[in-house]
Design a protein around this ligand. Structure first.
Ligand code: HEM
Length: 447
């Protein structure tokens, strides 16, 4: 199988055809610093109404520019047509800056992965993962998630005030993922540190591309730590995957290690890529939805009261949390031929970026879209998990964790609320909440 890291095209600098919609002043979706205030919902609203398929320059990262797509209907159309809108031609991430500013290994691994493959290889590789995402397999995982939620809440129960990210949201998805992957318990704490550096990766790349990296001592130390952690994460993955090839177990690591595409085992490049994809996609997304949901329940106390009064509403409420948080901000595609979207002509080779948070607040689909409504009848129409052949494989894993977490949190700490303290990473790919302080009536320790 060809390496996407070597074959992907940076894309055609556009726009080739005339623009039907204006490029809006004051909307800059490449300004990662702006995302540390949360997703730009006001900008999304302007885009949906004034420029739903807007040409967006990408000068900050020397990129070719892209069409920003923000309406629900249009995001569905792009996601649902992988023949016209390829994941593989250019990868699903925005321009990564000049090659010398990229972390070579991280860049390569972020490209050589299932999420960037088109048919037919995509489905072959996805199928190999499937046994560990079926409802029957996940029933057992659900039981273990329940125990871990209880253990984490026990540990914070006496505190009364804490950082929910540190004590809970960053730990639960890691536990769940390690259970599915088959990571031995003593190795698990390292994942927390690796995740921290992965979340900073985009920040690093952007700073080096735009600021030229003034070499302060602090920055040099950070870069050294960053590099050694990234190396360690890949070395560990490679070691475990080769170990599973030689000694198969009943786990996802083994499924990836022994996966075959066109009858061949995966190359080391695809092993690195599969490892990075699962570690990143399986952790960060759920972590940030767990944290973001607490913020929402604090902002909408009447909805919290409804959920406490009727816990049977939880599965629908979780869909609504995911709709409102939309932790994956975007996915990118490359047009494989000249095409048209919402009246805008798009040329072959041009990039198209789908904004999930914008689509999920489209009033054409969701009435009063900025309001949390735990009884919303069509909350499951959100597309935070994508749509089409690449629809999130871990969707059910995320839902199980969110349902169990909030069932137990609201039963034990019905007054838990966000204090107003929050720290969001400068990241325009994942809405990454680094800190979210909460307060609650502590449980008394048994005498
Ligand atoms: C709230 C939580 C989550 C959200 C919002 C989310 C979102 C997404 C989205 C939007 C995609 C589509 C990518 C595309 O169209 O190009 C995706 C794919 C994927 N997700 Fe998730 N995800 C979540 C949780 C998880 C979990 C828990 C796992 C693993 C345990 C996971 C693993 C993956 C993988 C492996 C893919 C690639 C699938 C493919 O290319 O066929 N995700 N996710």
């Amino acid at each position: 199988m060809e390496l996407i890291s070597q074959t992907a095209v940076e894309g055609r600098a556009g726009p080739t055809f005339g623009t039907r919609y204006p490029t809006l002043e004051g909307v800059d979706l490449t300004d990662i610093a702006a995302f540390s205030k949360g997703q730009p919902y006001a900008g999304y609203a302007r885009l949906r109404s004034e420029a739903p398929v807007m040409w967006h320059p990408e000068t900050r990262m020397d990129g070719p520019g892209f069409w920003a797509v923000t309406r629900h209907e249009d995001v569905m159309a792009v996601n649902g047509d992988p023949t016209t809108y390829s994941s593989q031609r250019g990868g699903i991430l925005m321009a990564a800056g000049r090659p010398e500013a990229r972390h070579a290994l991280l860049y390569r691994a972020s490209m050589d992965a299932m999420i960037n493959l088109d048919a037919p290889h995509h489905l072959q590789l996805r199928r190999e993962h499937m046994p560990y995402f079926t409802p029957s397999y996940l029933r057992g995982v659900g039981e273990r998630v329940k125990g871990e939620v209880t253990r984490l809440l026990d540990a914070m129960a006496h505190k009364g005030q804490t950082d929910l990210v540190e004590d809970f949201s960053s730990v639960l998805p890691l536990f769940t993922l390690c259970e599915i992957l088959g990571v031995p318990e003593p190795d698990r704490p390292k994942f927390l540190t690796w995740m921290h550096y992965l979340e900073e990766a985009q920040n690093m790349a952007m700073r080096s591309a735009t600021e030229g990296m003034t070499p302060t001592l602090e920055l040099m130390q950070f870069i050294a730590d960053f590099n050694s952690n990234v190396e360690e994460m890949f070395e560990y993955g490679r070691h475990m995957l080769h170990k599973r090839r030689a000694d198969p177990q009943q786990d996802l690591l083994t499924a990836i290690a022994r996966a075959q595409v066109d009858g061949d085992l995966l190359s080391d490049e695809y092993l690195d890529g599969s490892w990075l994809l699962i570690v990143f996609a399986g952790n960060d997304t759920t972590r940030n939805t767990l944290s973001g949901s607490m913020k929402l329940l604090t902002e909408f106390p009447d909805e919290r009261a409804k959920l406490i009064a009727n816990p049977a509403l939880m599965p629908g409420a979780v869909n609504e949390f995911i709709r409102m948080v939309s932790p994956v901000i975007y996915m990118r595609r490359t047009a494989t031929c000249d095409t048209e979207l919402n009246g805008q002509k798009i040329a072959e080779g041009e990039k198209v970026i789908m904004y999930y948070g914008a689509a999920n607040r489209d009033a054409a689909v969701f009435a009063d879209p900025d309001r949390l409504d735990v009884t919303r009848a069509n909350a499951d129409k959100h597309i935070a998990f994508g749509y089409g052949p690449h629809t999130c494989i871990g969707k059910r894993v995320a839902q199980i964790q969110l349902e169990e977490a909030y069932r137990q949190i609201l039963a034990r700490f019905p007054d838990m609320r966000w204090t107003g303290e929050i720290d969001i990473a400068p990241n325009n790919f994942v809405h990454a909440i680094r800190k979210l302080d909460v307060s609650f009536t502590p449980e008394r320790k048994a005498a």
